[in-house]
Ligand binder design. Structure first.
Ligand SMILES: *[C@@H]1O[C@H](CO)[C@@H](O)[C@H](O)[C@H]1NC(C)=O
Ligand SMILES: *[C@@H]1O[C@H](CO)[C@@H](O)[C@H](O)[C@H]1NC(C)=O
Ligand SMILES: *[C@@H]1O[C@H](CO)[C@@H](O)[C@H](O)[C@H]1NC(C)=O
Ligand SMILES: *[C@@H]1O[C@H](CO)[C@@H](O)[C@H](O)[C@H]1NC(C)=O
Length: 439
């Protein structure tokens, strides 16, 4: 105890001692600091700085695991469509990941502000334990952070956390009308001829950019991709998801009990929408063997202006998938030089399977990325606008693949030569690519 003569001095001295002890323990104990900070900001939207400066290590990879091994960060995007938030596209274990925190790096003082995230695991998980997630944090005021780290705790050392650049903070003019997102190229992909034909059809239809989330492909495909990258059409996003999770090539858990479905396709599609939100007027979510063929317009630009005019405020345009079996051939354009190239020559497949009464034709989409919040493969889950179904007399998806109705005789298929309208420019452009790569 403090030896003191007068009562008042004694009380003051004791008070100072208690206060100083508390101050020292507060100063030494970041947990306590945080508790106090949380009391000041009950929603913990912005906790007090922990006294650290921005010194995270820049994240190097497209898929970054957190130390919990249950959370994988793809990329943060600035989103001020409702509030000023940072929306981090990621993959999480739907049960195990309960709390995450955004560690914002604020300029110009370089201080860290911690904000609790809401974790929104997308409803389309198809039974798999891991799924696409939006990890959303309200940004601190007067901060405009350029970088953020994600952590399981509001405590820790920023120096050890990977730091991610927050994309889409600056508005940009739209340099591009159409960007196609190809969500997962995997399994030594080697359908070279069909890939080149699809690419050249996209370009003819008005596409300037194709983003490919590439897990794996053949050497020959690598060569073709390199040409398209040099040309400026293709952007490759490396997608080594199988180094982090056991990955299924099926879409539903009941078919294959792995961690995540179809090479994390849904996460890739969501990332692609946000990645191109500021760069592309429209984003097209199809696979490499699917081409949206307009029937009343020469290209997508005229088709989309007309569709937008008829459907003001629409966010999502849905196109019906139709199977053109690769087993049914019409050798109108049997180009002998192409026979040495691996893959399907789509010009030879102009018969489509008829609709089945009880079977729903899946749809793929052209979206206005600025109106989309969350997407799945065949529909958008959340958007600022409607979805409309585009009738098949306006456009359909030409999807050349293995048949779904293999037993149907040729006479029962519908001859549809829409693709042939493009034959001369398609053949010329495909030859140009083939002679620079494969042949
Ligand atoms: C996370 O995975 C790595 C390698 O796969 C392993 O070394 C580490 O122990 C795991 N950590 C946890 C918390 O499971
Ligand atoms: C694709 O996978 C095979 C084995 O499965 C591997 O040998 C090859 O290096 C991979 N290629 C690429 C481009 O990742
Ligand atoms: C195309 O021609 C080659 C020979 O040049 C032939 O082997 C092949 O069967 C033909 N394909 C079709 C679909 O007729
Ligand atoms: C191929 O295209 C040309 C002109 O582009 C057209 O005149 C011709 O009819 C087309 N061929 C077929 C078989 O459709």
């Amino acid at each position: 105890m403090i030896p003191c003569g007068k009562k008042r001095i004694c009380a003051v001295a004791t008070f100072i001692l208690i206060f100083a002890t508390a101050l020292i323990s507060y100063w030494k104990d970041p947990q306590l600091q945080n508790n106090i900070a949380r009391k000041i900001f009950p929603q913990a939207t912005t906790a007090s700085p922990v006294g650290q400066l921005c010194r995270g290590k820049p994240a190097q990879d497209v898929i970054t695991p957190l130390t919990d091994n249950r959370t994988f960060i793809i990329s943060p995007y600035f989103d001020n469509r409702e509030n000023k938030v940072t929306r981090v596209i990621g993959i999480v274990h739907h049960e195990d990941v309960k709390e995450l925190f955004c560690w914002f790096c604020c300029q110009p003082d370089g201080k860290i502000y911690v904000s609790k995230a809401t974790i929104d695991v997308h409803s389309d998980r198809f039974g798999f334990p891991y799924g696409a997630a939006d990890i959303v944090c309200l940004e601190p005021e007067n901060c405009d952070p350029t970088h953020v780290s994600i952590h399981q705790s509001p405590l820790g050392n920023i120096d050890q956390l990977p730091s991610f650049e927050i994309k889409n903070r600056k508005a940009e003019p739209f340099p591009v009308d159409f960007t196609v997102c190809i969500s997962a190229m995997f399994g030594q992909y080697n359908n070279v001829l069909q890939f080149i034909q699809s690419m050249e059809m996209y370009k003819i239809l008005g596409v300037q950019k194709v983003v490919i989330y590439k897990n794996n492909c053949s050497h020959l495909m690598e060569k073709v991709l390199r040409l398209y990258m040099e040309e400026g059409t293709v952007e490759i996003i490396p997608w080594p998801i199988n180094s982090h999770l056991s990955v299924s090539s099926k879409w539903h858990y009941s078919m294959d009990g792995k961690d995540i479905g179809y090479y994390g396709q849904i996460t890739a599609l969501n990332d692609c929408i946000y990645r191109n939100m500021q760069r592309s007027r429209f984003v097209v979510l199809t696979d490499a063997d699917e081409i949206i063929l307009p029937l009343k317009h020469p290209d997508w630009k005229t088709m989309m202006s007309s569709l937008q005019e008829q459907n003001p405020g629409t966010a999502v345009f849905l196109f019906e998938n139709h199977i053109f079996p690769e087993t049914v051939s019409t050798p109108m354009f049997n180009i002998s030089a192409w026979n040495t190239v691996p893959g399907v020559n789509i010009l030879n497949h102009v018969h489509r399977e008829p609709d089945r009464k009880e079977v729903f034709n899946p749809r793929k989409m052209i979206v206005d990325p600025r109106k989309v919040i969350q997407t799945s493969v065949h529909s958008v889950l959340h958007a600022y606008g409607n979805s409309v179904h585009v009738p098949i007399d306006v456009a359909l998806i030409y999807h050349c693949r293995k048949p779904l109705q293999a037993k149907l005789p040729r006479e029962s298929l519908i001859r549809d030569t829409t693709l042939w309208r493009y034959n001369s420019s398609l053949i010329m452009n495909v030859n140009r690519v083939l002679y620079q790569t494969v042949l």
